[in-house]
Design a protein around this ligand. Structure first.
Ligand SMILES: [Zn+2]
Length: 230
């Protein structure tokens, strides 16, 4: 009735525990719930006359036997058995969750990012990120670049939960950091990659990952296309 699990798994020390109650559809006791003197007593404890219910629903169906009639309980039991049968057929087992990357969706070049707002719009809604940075940073530059990547990650974790005013503040603070990075000779690049998450109990859906790169403007990987750096 409530689909509450009624058997608890065994542990290394104990066997499983049946926490559900065996409930008689027709009671053997005179005056008991749904008692029927014409019902053969040798069938009382047969599976056909039993249901496994949680304690709450066991009490309920026995207390309200006028509502929970023999016919109703038999029909509920038959429905539940159908439901289980259907479940076992449809989902023999839950497939493992997998991330699928598509070559065509992997950005080969990352456009340069000029503003905090632009970056925040990209980052919010992403489920993960691939941060990259020049690998010859001194201590001060490590703090600057590392702090920036950390802040962006914190802001985008808050994501859609940000109030409009907080979102504006976040964009401004990222703006300041981008300007500081530019002032120290660094450029910021970013783009989103669409991946697919598949398996598990839900339908497959998009899984967005942010490619973020903080590179020295002298980096050999930076190219200019038209009048845009990539
Ligand atoms: Zn229940």
């Amino acid at each position: 009735m409530c689909r509450h699990p009624l058997v608890v798994d065994p542990t290394s020390l104990d066997s499983e525990s049946v926490v559900g109650d065996e409930c008689h559809i027709i009671s053997n006791a005179k005056g008991g719930p749904r008692h029927d003197p014409s019902f053969p007593s040798f069938e009382i404890d047969e599976i056909a006359n039993l249901m496994l219910l949680c304690r709450v629903h066991h009490k309920l169906v026995d207390d309200q036997a006028e509502t929970y009639t023999v016919d109703l309980l038999r029909s509920m039991k038959a429905n539940h058995e159908k439901w289980v049968e259907h479940k076992l057929k449809e989902e023999p087992e839950i497939p493992a969750v997998k991330i699928r990357r598509m070559r065509s969706e992997i950005p080969t070049q990352l456009p340069v990012i000029q503003s905090g707002k632009e970056l925040l719009n990209l980052a919010i809604g992403c489920h993960g990120s691939y941060p990259d940075y020049s690998d010859d940073l001194d201590d001060e530059e490590t703090d600057l670049v590392g702090g920036f990547i950390q802040n962006l990650s914190d802001w985008s974790d808050l994501g859609y939960g940000l109030e409009p005013i907080e979102r504006i503040r976040a964009a401004k603070s990222l703006d300041d950091e981008i300007r500081q990075l530019n002032g120290r000779g660094f450029m910021v690049f970013a783009a989103k990659e669409k991946q697919r998450i598949e398996g598990g109990i839900s339908a497959s859906s998009n899984w967005w990952v942010l490619h973020l790169s903080v590179k020295r403007e002298t980096d050999k990987g930076i190219v200019t296309v038209g009048n845009e750096s990539l």
